[in-house]
Design a protein around this ligand. Sequence first.
Ligand code: DGL
Length: 264
Amino acid sequence: MVTVGLFDSGFGGLTVVREVKRQLPGANVEFYGDNGRAPYGPLSKETIVGYARQILDFLAGKKVDIVIIACNTATVASWEEVKDQYPFPVLGVIKPGVRAALAATRNKKIGVIATNFTIESEAHKSGIQAIDPKAEVIGLACPKLVLLVESGKTSGPEVEEAVSCYLKTFKSTGIDTLVLGCTHYPVLTDIIRRYLDPDVVIVDPAVETVTEIKKLIAKKGLVVDCAYPVYNFYTSGDPELFVKVGSMILGWPIDKVEKVVLDA
Ligand code: DGL
């Protein structure tokens, strides 16, 4: 039996939960969405590290075997600080995103969309160029997309306009790959697709992230074998909104969400 813990500033991490279900259907899941304190993008590193520690302590109490920081911003801000401080492995989503981008690109011109925090850190750029110095990386912060998804707006004119306005930046840059460097963005993949040249490959780092934990689970000799896996959801925000938006993102109904506020 394996329990995977995941957390995010909000709904974005559910795009990683749905990938866990796809690749590890026999795993239990404990998910904490910090919707009450989202977005993380505008916060300081110190604040995000503090939040990450609180949530990891909470997940530790749920007897998780492994945790995915299902948030690029929190990975950039806190992974180095927290990765060795728990009795279970803690993985982030940046390195898998970097690997997936390099595997996808043909012309080595890669776009990255993410929060201001992630873009300013240049985490993807430095990760990609550490492996392939010739790769060109163009980053763009798209903070409005997080706000739209957090408020449950995942389609319609306001979303189309925001996506089209942001993605204009990539016109005539020649990128052939776009990394969704914020876990909220895969919710909008169909819309993002419409505003990119058709040959641009969209990379959702969740796929490579879960592939990585799958390998780690096998290496540790753990068996993912629950016939009826349990999915527990916790939010610091509005549980009703979480049920509504969360079920839509996951593609299956969430029946119960517990409100858990971790403020000291
Ligand atoms: N989903 C998050 C990420 O991957 C953060 C969004 C936010 O809270 O600003 O970066």
